[in-house]
Design a protein around this ligand. Structure first.
Ligand SMILES: Nc1nc2c(ncn2[C@@H]2O[C@H](COP(=O)(O)OP(=O)(O)OP(=O)(O)O)[C@@H](O)[C@H]2O)c(=O)[nH]1
Ligand SMILES: [K+]
Ligand SMILES: [Mg+2]
Length: 399
């Protein structure tokens, strides 16, 4: 029997099993079996290099955003509008057959936006181009799930399920479960809070299913069986997702209002160019990008050319910033001066572990180099936190 048939069989068994206290162990075991099969499904087939079958698009810019959605919801129309790169749009389904990259210039950063073929129910199991599309989604920093505001609201759940089936977790944080495999010593099971979804026996059973007989498990929250399986599998990807309801020009104002109030949602119309600014602002927020301007001693920073750091990728400390400029900087570094919302004084002397905020200005002070001592435009008379204002960005440096 193939993997897909076994998945179907287990899903059918789960569907006909009533949920109650007596069946919870059995259901837990089935969930673990299912997760194992889904992981197997993701492994490239034996004898293939795994290359050449997907959409190979080189990463570009400061972040990557994927457009995921059913066919004909307006993904290509949106890419063309936001990036100026043309992607064919038409009223028939599956107009787009491959991955089409475009670039959004926003806040002096460059963000790669990827248009993709539409996906449908069953995508995670290989229907259509589903697997390749989802692989691209996984390689992105955030997902924009594009939905047709005039179509069934069930589409959002169907797509979420498809993405979850391949290990993506949207708008969730990793479960607070400490898990470590050991060589000996059996299973040690502990928790720092009351557990209402799982007990020691069920936990053992799940671990047994994975042939794990020695491990340390510590629950730091009231987690579920699914959470435990996610932690054991270890290959989950936690991503931000913005639900983009397009085509609001064809629905009534009450429906627009209702959709706009759903969590993580933005309503737009590509045809009427409605709310696209809001969408970009939301995308920017979710990406958690941090622009840092480098200020040479005695000179004005170049406010049109930020270093762009990311909280999720690489981090935003002074050390990350220095490494971003050049690996060799750290060995000569004495400290840095920081102006902006992360600074408590104006400027603040900071060490390597200091966390930088969006739009901070940083001056690197090397060993044996004299510091500016707060002279000039960024005077130390102010106490932070304060954002570098647009006026300050335009004002010339008086030194
Ligand atoms: N009414 C309305 N129609 C729109 C809007 N945006 C796109 N469309 C139409 O929706 C149809 C599908 O648009 P596409 O951009 O091709 O959709 P897609 O999601 O890329 O479709 P596939 O590539 O086939 O998956 C086209 O006829 C568009 O003109 C909108 O805001 N309002
Ligand atoms: K289409
Ligand atoms: Mg398209």
């Amino acid at each position: 029997m193939g993997i897909l048939e076994r998945i179907k069989e287990i899903e059918a068994e789960m569907a006909r099993t009533q949920k109650n206290k007596a069946t919870e162990y059995h259901l837990g075991q089935l969930k673990a079996k299912l997760a194992k099969l889904r992981t197997q499904l993701l492994e490239p087939p034996k004898g293939s290099s795994g290359a050449g079958e997907g959409f190979e698009v080189t990463k570009f810019g400061h972040g990557r955003v994927a457009l995921i959605g059913f066919p004909s919801v307006g993904k290509s129309t949106l890419l063309t509008l936001l990036t100026g790169t043309h992607s064919e749009a038409a009223s028939y389904e599956f107009t787009t057959l491959t991955c089409i990259p475009g670039i959004i210039n926003y806040n002096d950063a460059k963000i790669q936006l990827l248009d993709l073929p539409g996906i449908i129910e069953g995508a995670s199991e290989g229907k259509g181009r589903g697997r390749q599309v989802i692989a691209v989604a996984k390689s992105s920093d955030i997902v924009l799930m594009v939905l047709d505001a005039s179509k069934s609201e069930g589409h959002r759940q169907i797509l979420t399920k498809e993405l979850e089936a391949v290990g993506l977790r949207l708008n969730k944080r990793p479960p607070q479960i400490y898990f470590k495999k050991k060589k000996t010593g059996g299973i040690s099971f502990n928790s720092t809070c009351a557990l209402s979804h799982i007990d020691e026996k069920l936990c053992y059973q799940i671990l047994h299913e994975y042939k794990i007989h020695n491990a340390e498990v510590l629950f730091r929250e009231d987690a579920t069986v699914d959470d435990l399986i996610d932690v054991i599998e270890g290959n989950r990807k936690y991503m931000k997702c913005v639900y983009v309801y397009n085509k609001i020009d064809v629905i009534g104002i009450d429906d627009v209002d209702r959709l706009a109030r759903q969590p993580n949602s933005v309503v737009i119309s590509c045809n009427l160019k409605l709310n696209l600014d809001r969408l970009l602002a939301r995308m920017w927020e979710e990406m958690g990008l941090v622009r840092v301007y480098s200020k040479p001693q005695g000179q004005q920073p170049d406010f049109t050319d930020p270093f762009v750091l990311s909280t999720d990728r690489g981090g935003c400390t002074v050390e990350d910033f220095c490494n971003h400029i050049h690996r060799s900087i750290l060995k000569d570094l004495k400290y840095v001066l920081v102006w902006g919302t992360s600074a408590r004084h104006y400027p603040q002397h900071c060490g390597l572990s200091h966390n930088l905020h969006d739009e901070d200005v940083v001056q690197i002070v090397k060993k044996k180099e004299k510091e500016e001592g707060g002279r000039g435009r960024f005077k130390s008379h102010t106490t932070g936190p304060a954002r570098i204002s647009d006026r300050e960005k335009k004002a010339p440096l008086k030194t």
